[in-house]
Design a protein around this ligand. Structure first.
Ligand SMILES: [Zn+2]
Length: 207
C-alpha cells in the first residue's frame, strides 16, 4: 500500500507537473486517437508501449484481450459499451487489439477444466476462446507447449480482429477508410511488437 501512495506522490510532483498544461486542457473533455484493447496482464503498459501521453488512448482491458461478437441484444457488457463509445462518440481513428507472449488467459484454455473450478467467471469469459483452442490443436503438436501457446495467442488476435468487424459501425468506418484496425503481438521479454499483416497472414515486426 505504501508503494502505491508513494507512487501517487511521485506522480504529482514529477509527471503531472511536467504535463500540467496538458492535464488542464484535458480537464473537461478527451479526444483520444486510439481505442487500445489489451489484456489485463500487469506486464503490459499501453501508454509506455506506444510512448503515448494522457488523452491519447482510450483503453479497454480484460483477460486475454477478447471481445464478444456484436449482438444488438447485449446488455451490461463492458467491452461492446466501450467500443461503441470510442467509435461513435469519440470517433477514434485507430483500434489496436494487443495480445502478448505468455498470456495466462490463453494458457488457461488448455488446462483441464477440473483445475479451473474455483474460477467460474474466468472460465465463462474464456468460452470466447473455445474456437481458438480447437483451431490451435488442429494446427500444432499438442506436446510442444511453447508453440501451442504462441500459436493460440496469435490466432486469438486474428479472431478478435474479425469479431471487431461484426460491429456494424466499426465495419462501416473501416470500409470508409476513416478507421484503421491493427492486431499487435507484444513479445514481453524482447520489447518487440509485431503487427498482423492480413495479406501475408503473418505478424511483422514494427519496432
Ligand atoms: Zn494476457
Amino acid at each position: 500500500m505504501k508503494k502505491l501512495i508513494d507512487g501517487a506522490k511521485y506522480f504529482k510532483s514529477t509527471y503531472f507537473y511536467e504535463y500540467q498544461n496538458r492535464y488542464e486542457k484535458l480537464s473537461s473533455s478527451q479526444n483520444p486517437h486510439t481505442l487500445f484493447i489489451t489484456c489485463s496482464d500487469s506486464r503490459i503498459m499501453p501508454e509506455r508501449l506506444t510512448s503515448s501521453l494522457p488523452g491519447d488512448l482510450f483503453v479497454v482491458r480484460n483477460i486475454a484481450n477478447m471481445i464478444p461478437e456484436f449482438n444488438s441484444d447485449n446488455l451490461h457488457l463492458t467491452v461492446p459499451a466501450a467500443i461503441e463509445y470510442a467509435v461513435k462518440v469519440l470517433k477514434v481513428e485507430n483500434i489496436v487489439i494487443c495480445g502478448h507472449s505468455n498470456c495466462g488467459g490463453i494458457a488457461a484454455l488448455f488446462k483441464p477444466s477440473e483445475e479451473l473450478l474455483h474460477l467460474p467467471h474466468a472460465v465463462k469469459w474464456l468460452e470466447l476462446g473455445s474456437e481458438i483452442k480447437e483451431k490451435t490443436l488442429k494446427a500444432c503438436n499438442a506436446d510442444n507447449i511453447p508453440e501451442l501457446k504462441q500459436t493460440a495467442e496469435k490466432l486469438n488476435i486474428i479472431k478478435q480482429l474479425d469479431r471487431l468487424l461484426t460491429y456494424p459501425y466499426v465495419l462501416q468506418r473501416y470500409n470508409e477508410g476513416i478507421l484503421n484496425i491493427m492486431g499487435w503481438y507484444y513479445k514481453i521479454e524482447k520489447g518487440e511488437i509485431f503487427n498482423y499483416n492480413r495479406s501475408k497472414d503473418q505478424f511483422d515486426l514494427i519496432n
